[in-house]
Design a protein around this ligand. Structure first.
Ligand code: 3PG
Length: 208
């Protein structure tokens, strides 16, 4: 893995995953892989997240595992230490940008407005997370971004579903979409990996 834009080419949908138990992470990753999804974003929203990243990185080498919901400099460093191959932030501050840059990992910094995107452009960044996508105007907003900022590519997340993903993926400035619907909490809790694989298959069939 070398660049942020290559991350967006791995799969049309980046699974945004919240896990309460690290033990289940490798099987979730294998189910996504079996469904044709080659990347997984494990969010730092639970105490299990860093251990989950470690387990996927060491046990499922064929999937590219990253850390999501990185909101503090400390989390950026911890995620890198745990073996994350990329970082995703929901929004950006200067100190957070400094910290994620210092890891040397590719990352997707979050932006929801043209001004936020322009600030990231000033930092030399061209591949961003658009969050929260639906609440920030959805595909119509991103389409409008492409006028003044045609050099930027986005991964919209937040309110994206299998039903509306094609509307985002059809845009020239969208590389992939992200979402939590591939790994529903009840499916993870029930160890229903067949359901996760089926949801992943549906997503990998979407045209990027
Ligand atoms: C994220 O951090 O990307 C979002 O929480 C995912 O949003 P979703 O649950 O609406 O897919």
């Amino acid at each position: 893995m070398t660049t942020s834009s290559e991350l967006l080419d791995l799969s049309p949908v980046m699974p945004v995953v919240v896990l309460d138990e690290a033990e289940v992470a490798p099987d979730v990753a294998r189910a996504l892989l079996a469904g044709g999804i080659r990347t997984i974003e494990l969010t730092l929203r639970t105490p299990a997240a860093l251990a989950a990243i470690e387990k996927v990185a060491s046990q499922v080498p064929d999937i590219v595992v990253g850390a999501g919901t990185v909101t503090t400099p400390r989390q950026a460093a911890d995620a890198a230490d745990a073996g994350a191959a990329f970082l995703v932030t929901p929004g950006t501050t200067e100190s957070l940008l400094d910290a994620v840059t210092a890891t040397g990992l590719p990352f997707l910094p979050g932006a929801a407005t043209v001004s936020e995107a322009m600030r990231l452009t000033e930092r030399g960044l061209d591949t961003l997370k658009f969050f929260p996508a639906a609440a920030s105007g959805g595909p119509a907003a991103l389409k409008a971004f492409a006028g003044p900022l045609p050099q930027l590519t986005f991964c919209p997340t937040g309110g994206v579903s299998v039903a509306n993903a094609p509307d985002y993926l059809a845009l020239s400035n969208v590389g992939c979409v992200g979402g939590s619907w591939l790994t529903p909490g009840d499916a993870v809790a029930a160890r229903d990996f067949e359901r996760i694989e089926a949801l992943a298959k549906e997503c990998s069939a979407l045209a990027a």
